[in-house]
Design a protein around this ligand. Structure first.
Ligand SMILES: Nc1ncnc2c1ncn2[C@@H]1O[C@H](COP(=O)(O)OP(=O)(O)OP(=O)(O)O)[C@@H](O)[C@H]1O
Length: 328
């Protein structure tokens, strides 16, 4: 087993009396992509800053590539890291290529041809000589991404990376993440929750009020949350009739409009319900949707405020959120 890229063991960070992170344990291995999710103030940026060595833990043990990120090795370590901050800011009077050359010198990237290649990689070649003040939000975000990729980092920390990107640019961004992962680069993607992100991450960690509410692969989170599957039907059978037939295995109707009916089906009853639907001559079409990352996030986040949980998103009585290491 190779050494983890990030090891956080019971890391806490306090700012005065405020506990921004509370005994968080996480591990990230080479070539893995971790989605770090959480509400505003959950502790995502604090985690990033700790990993970057910009701040130190108040308690716990943190290692990045086996070293203390704010210790004696900090400068060497930073050469291996790429960081896209949440609100990326540049010198407005400089052109895109000048900005990137400036950051390249700071990062001691000698081969300035890399700058042109990176601008091309993020689709900014056409605007590289224009001043940054003329750039749109999405163009600034692309420039920020190019800056993060300078020096071919082995660990990328990306804070809200797709904010400001249009759908095509977001797609290109995720293609880039997939490509980097394929090359063994580790990535932390920090977000509130990004639609479509689940296909591109190996694991998710959900923070809430500084605590790790849940972590694991999407399948592990689904198992822990035990949320119902959404089954959409086209059927001539009425919703009430369906509920009467399937209610005994915990199925409920959550929506009905004409021939279209939506069911919430407990995971444990999935096969039994599908069998019943397949042999039901009145059913013309079936779509099955396992819990999405968004619904898993909402589930675990709701455990912070159980009384405010939305119906169907409530913490299941049989399972409590897991607080464990991400690679458990
Ligand atoms: N330097 C600081 N001094 C005091 N409090 C801080 C400092 N940095 C962060 N905090 C507090 O720590 C908590 C976690 O902040 P953090 O920036 O990590 O949240 P976040 O999850 O990144 O939120 P967002 O999604 O809004 O960016 C917040 O309550 C924040 O106010």
């Amino acid at each position: 087993m190779t050494q983890p890229v990030i090891e956080m063991a019971a890391v806490s960070k306090r700012f005065g009396t405020l506990t921004a992170l509370d005994e968080v344990s996480l591990t990230l291995n080479e070539g893995e992509v971790l989605g770090l999710m959480g509400h505003n103030g959950a502790g995502k940026s604090t985690s990033m800053k700790l990993i970057l060595g910009l701040i130190r833990p108040s308690m716990g043990r943190l290692r990045v590539f086996g070293h203390d990120p704010s210790g004696a090795e900090a400068n060497v370590l930073r050469q291996r890291l790429g960081y896209l901050p949440e609100n990326v800011q540049f010198y407005e009077q400089l052109s895109g290529v000048e900005v990137l050359r400036y950051f390249a010198r700071l990062k001691r990237v000698d081969d300035l041809r890399r700058v042109d290649a990176l601008l091309e990689r993020v689709g900014l070649t056409h605007a590289m000589h224009r001043r940054v003040k003329t750039y749109s939000k999405g163009m600034r975000q692309r420039l920020g991404l190019a800056q993060a990729l300078l020096g071919e980092p082995r660990l990328l920390l990306l804070d809200e990376p797709t904010v400001g990107l249009d759908p095509m640019a977001s797609r290109d961004f995720y293609a880039l993440v997939d490509e980097l992962r394929g090359k063994g680069v580790s990535v932390v993607l920090c977000s509130h929750v990004l639609p479509g992100v689940e296909r591109h991450i190996d694991r998710a960690a959900i923070l809430g009020q500084g605590r790790l509410l849940a972590s694991g692969t999407i399948d592990e989170l689904r198992e822990a949350a035990d949320l119902p599957l959404v089954v959409r039907l086209r059927t001539s059978r009425g919703a009430e009739d369906l509920e009467r037939r399937l209610g005994s295995v915990g199925v409920s109707v959550t929506g009905a409009a004409g021939a279209r009916v939506t069911l919430a089906v407990p995971g444990s009853a999935k096969i039994e319900v599908l069998r019943a639907l397949m042999t039901d001559g009145a059913v013309e079409d079936v779509d099955l949707e396992p819990p999405t990352l968004e619904s898993l996030y909402a589930h675990f986040d709701a455990t912070l405020h159980p009384q405010a949980a939305a119906p169907g998103m409530r913490a299941s009585e049989s399972s409590s959120p897991r607080r464990e290491e991400a690679n458990a």
